[in-house]
Ligand binder design. Structure first.
Ligand code: NAI
Ligand code: 13P
Length: 329
């Protein structure tokens, strides 16, 4: 069945796109890797590396970089690996080159601002002839590129398609579990980034490991409430793409979202500059969507208030600690 997906087009030559291109090559796929920056793509083809986004990683022989989206026409499946807020524009540019029924797997973690749409819903609008799917889970690009063991979830509404794609892209070091709970997978990836900023703030303020663990557990309670309100399955939220990714991203400054929170917690502002921290872009839309369905998300709300400049760190921490004591569940 995996022969159906012998060729994979990866759209987006940042850290994650480059790592996924290598992972697909490792799984025996023929891979084309598209990036919008012609100079960068030419340099990647020449040097077989992407030092700007993924230093120290050699591009696998079976990965062909291209700056021409039309070159991806005829690929058996596409991985869309650009930031969440750029996904609509890039998917629309890609759409004319896709045959009807081509799976397009979004690998971005976020919710579209302005429309409050999840990533596969954005794909459905921008690329209506494609079949949307999602890949998400605890996986730093550097780890995947280095061939360290990782496990993620690939979800598509059609379970057979999810299984076939997972079989085609997986290898012994890059394990893909399959699922039909598309909504659950996209909610976990979007929400955990916002909560990771809070975890970074706790780290930056040196509130202690106990506070860090409490933050993860109470953050997960928020993620569960939001997920249930928006139709996710509980087993998905407690799986790799929910709890798994929340633990990873809340645990280390290797995460850009955690690193941003760390910097805020140390009163150093929004650092490091120029690094993509999806949680900073998702926070306001996540909080608005929670409010719209009456979901209580005090930690996400505190992060949003800090990012919007309506609250300083001390006020945000104070407001969380001043909440009335209540039953845990
Ligand atoms: N880096 C990681 O470890 C992981 C990242 N992700 C997710 O993957 C997505 C992409 O992240 P990264 O690759 O890490 O980011 P990155 O910052 O390394 O690369 C982003 C890429 O997208 C391109 N891009 C940005 N705006 C664009 C536009 N309008 N049109 C075309 N291309 C555009 C940039 O040129 C760059 O090549 C994010 O949603 C992130 O949450 C998911 C799992 C792991
Ligand atoms: O999503 C990720 C790991 O699963 C990457 O996290 P950051 O975007 O915070 O670096």
């Amino acid at each position: 069945m995996s022969a159906r997906y012998a060729s994979i087009g990866v759209v987006g030559a940042g850290a994650w796109g480059t790592a996924l291109a290598n992972a697909c090559a490792r799984a025996g796929r023929e891979v084309m890797l598209w990036g919008r920056d012609r100079d960068l793509i030419a340099a990647m083809a020449r040097t077989r590396s992407n030092p700007a986004h993924l230093p120290g990683v050699v591009l696998a022989d079976d990965v062909r970089p291209t700056a021409d989206l039309a070159a991806l026409a005829g690929m058996d499946a596409i991985l869309l690996v650009v930031p969440a807020q750029a996904s609509r524009a890039v998917a629309a540019e890609l759409a004319p080159h896709l045959a009807a029924g081509t799976p397009v797997v979004t690998c971005a973690k976020g919710i579209e601002r302005g429309t409050s749409l999840f990533m596969t819903q954005v794909l459905g609008e921008a690329c209506p002839q494609a079949v949307p799917a999602i890949l998400s889970g605890p996986s730093f690009a550097a780890d995947v590129a280095a061939g360290l063991p990782t496990a993620v979830t690939l979800a598509a509404r059609d379970p057979g398609m999810a299984e076939a794609l997972a079989t085609a892209l997986g290898s012994s070091s890059f394990r893909l579990y399959h699922s039909a709970d598309v909504r659950g997978v996209e909610i976990g990836g979007a929400a955990k980034n916002v909560l990771a900023i809070a975890a970074g703030i706790v780290g930056g303020r040196k509130l202690g490991a106990s506070a860090g663990a409490a933050l993860i557990a109470r953050g997960f309670a928020e993620l569960m409430r939001f997920g249930k309100a928006y139709g996710a399955r509980a087993e998905t939220l407690t799986g790799l793409s929910g709890l798994g990714d929340l633990i990873l991203t809340c645990s280390t400054a290797q995460s850009r979202n955690y690193a941003l929170g760390l910097s805020l917690g140390q009163d150093e502002g929004l650092h490091p500059p120029g690094k993509l921290a999806e949680g900073a872009l998702t926070a306001s839309v996540l909080v608005a969507m929670a409010q719209a369905r009456g979901v209580d998300m005090p930690i996400a709300r505190a992060v949003e208030a800090v990012l919007a400049g309506r609250s300083d760190i001390e006020q945000a921490i104070g407001s969380l600690l001043a909440r009335p004591q209540k039953a845990e569940a």
